[in-house]
Ligand binder design. Structure first.
Ligand SMILES: *Cc1c(COP(=O)(O)O)cnc(C)c1O
Length: 438
């Protein structure tokens, strides 16, 4: 009888009858189904596909014969290896692979001891994930206006909006271009505020020689399928340099503490030592196969960013000479962006039309562009939670103007030469037409 790797909670060693939790985790059929999911039949080539699949599965059978099927599927060696690699890459003390960036923020917010009525400052332009937890628990979300050049949180407006009730500031490195963190960290230190970086777009980016996500008290990255690299569709990493980081693995899995046992049971369950008292953990566990995928993609990260950078630099060259187009900030000695999105802005005065017309013209040319994101005060959920959204909008004039009239985002990836020149031509021609009043 071949002994399977056992789940850590029920490791029954070399037993004659091991615990059943992992008895039948993966079989040949799952491998076949996963393969067919990952590599789909091409249109009109079903027969060829079926024949190839049969051949591959014969080889898989041989592989299984010579090997061992995976028994451990969640929170195992690969998750651990991934976290070690990420900590090394980022130069931080602790990393935790969690279900998604939103879960990472939640752990950071809980650590800060965020309670109903406490205030959180987030930028007006971001994804709703940034503020999902404070909204859900009835904390007060305060939206800071954005810097017109980067559309990142404007530190000056954060200073204006901070109060004695501010417990968390959550800057967002939009498109991978890092926020000006120094003034935010100085303010946070002065007032004992927890800073959580929404580094969803910024894995591999840096600010003044420090990796994005490691500058605040916490940073969380997203590996959702739309980001630069992915852990099979969903995933996030939370990192920190706080001593609290030792407790991160318990923060991920319900506070189970295997270093202690209550009488007649396998473990104890403990609250974590957070900033303002005990913190009860949720479940944000991840799988080994997600970790395998991300470990693999991490090897390509540098090249992926370099390809995007090449494309961004080409667009910059093409746009810089056109009056009225404001090319994306590309980064410099201080800021290394991940080129997750290309921030395209226009000056409506110079162009004689605005980004809504530009978007229509680009759509007509088959160029898909999506402004990331609508200001959060536009969404119904904020009204439902009792916010006076018109009043909030009035405090974020730059975000409002940028969203209505000035910006969109172009995709960035390893374009073909034709795609890249077509994209640049489409933008330049559209702007020229708009200037000519067409
Ligand atoms: C994608 C994204 C998130 C959420 O990431 P998940 O991993 O899907 O939770 C948060 N913030 C921003 C700015 C994002 O684009």
């Amino acid at each position: 009888m071949r002994k399977r790797v056992s789940d850590f909670r029920y490791d029954s060693g070399q037993a004659r009858i091991p615990w059943a939790a992992v008895g039948e985790s993966v079989r040949r059929d799952e491998i076949a189904n996963i393969l067919q999911f990952l590599v789909r039949p091409a249109a009109d080539r079903q027969q060829e596909y079926d024949a190839q699949l049969e051949r591959v599965m014969a080889e898989v059978d041989a592989l299984i014969e010579a090997g061992d099927l995976q028994g451990k599927l969640a929170l195992g060696n690969h998750v651990q290896a991934l976290e070690q690699q990420v900590s090394k890459l980022l130069g931080c003390k602790y990393s935790l692979f969690v279900t998604n960036a939103t879960a990472g923020f939640e752990i950071g917010y809980k650590y800060a001891g965020l309670r109903p009525g406490d205030e959180v400052i987030a930028p007006a332009i971001t994804f709703i994930a940034t503020i999902a937890y404070p909204l859900a628990i009835g904390a007060k979300v305060v939206l800071a206006d954005v810097d017109p050049r980067t559309l990142n949180m404007d530190p000056e407006d954060v200073k204006r909006k901070v109060t004695p009730n501010t417990k968390v500031i959550i800057p967002v490195h939009l498109g991978g271009y890092t926020v000006d963190m120094d003034p935010i960290m100085a303010l946070a230190e002065e007032r004992d505020i927890t800073v959580i970086e929404d580094a969803a777009h910024a894995f591999g980016g840096s600010y003044k020689g420090r990796m994005a996500g490691t500058i605040g008290h916490f940073g969380a990255f997203s590996f959702h399928e739309v980001k630069n690299i992915t852990s099979l569709g969903e995933g996030g990493i939370l990192c920190t340099n706080l001593d609290f980081g030792q407790e991160l693995s318990r923060a991920r899995f319900l506070g189970l503490d295997f270093s202690k046992q209550i009488p007649n049971w396998l473990y104890d369950v403990t609250a974590l030592n957070a900033k303002r008292g005990p913190m009860v953990a949720g479940n944000h566990s991840t799988t080994e196969i997600q970790a395998v995928c991300l470990l693999s993609q991490m090897k390509r990260l540098k090249r992926i960013i370099a390809k995007r950078e090449q494309a961004a630099k080409y667009l910059d060259q093409r746009f810089r000479t056109v009056d009225g187009i404001i090319p994306a900030p590309l980064g410099d000695d201080q800021i290394k962006t991940t080129y997750h999105l290309y921030l395209l802005q226009i000056d409506p005065q110079k162009v004689g039309a605005d980004s809504q017309q530009l978007k229509a013209k680009l759509d007509a040319r088959g160029v898909v562009q999506i402004p990331h994101f609508a200001p959060l005060y536009k969404f119904e959920v904020m009204r439902q939670m009792g916010y006076d959204t018109a009043a909030i909008q009035a405090t974020c004039p730059v975000a409002e103007e940028a969203f209505q009239h000035r910006f969109t985002h172009l995709p960035l990836y390893d374009f073909s030469r034709e795609q890249l020149t077509y994209l640049a031509d489409a933008v330049v021609e559209s702007v020229q037409e708009m200037k000519a009043g067409r």
